[in-house]
Ligand binder design. Sequence first.
Ligand code: CO
Length: 150
Amino acid sequence: MKVTPLRALTAAALLALAGQASAATCETTVESNDQMKYNTAEITVDKSCKKFTVHLKHVGKMPKTAMGHNWVLAKTADMQAVNADGIKAGAAAGYLVKDDARVIAHTKMLGGGESDSVTFDTAKLKAGEDYSFFCSFPGHAGLMKGKLKF
Ligand code: CO
């Protein structure tokens, strides 16, 4: 079969796309909304990533005081205590204890239309450990939570 220049170009483009797909993506975007939901329940961090970035977007319209959302990463075993202590720390603290050693990474608390990003060192993660992310706004973690796989 004769390969036309156009067909050869398409094959090259497909190979380039395949190459991009196989390379690790060391970042992800998580959306949160006025329905008290994230748009993802699981994030996978590739072991080839030295650092990983989470971009959190609040795509709703409600203010931070009524429908605040952040993205907090901790061991699943620590999640409940981090959340309970954060709620005690209050709104001014973003519902997190300042410099909580149990928190691996967190964004700031957002209101509708806002966004924030956090980059963390994957050296803080251990293979086989059970990690969860959640929103520390009072009453949100029941619905706003997911697993982070490493
Ligand atoms: Co929230």
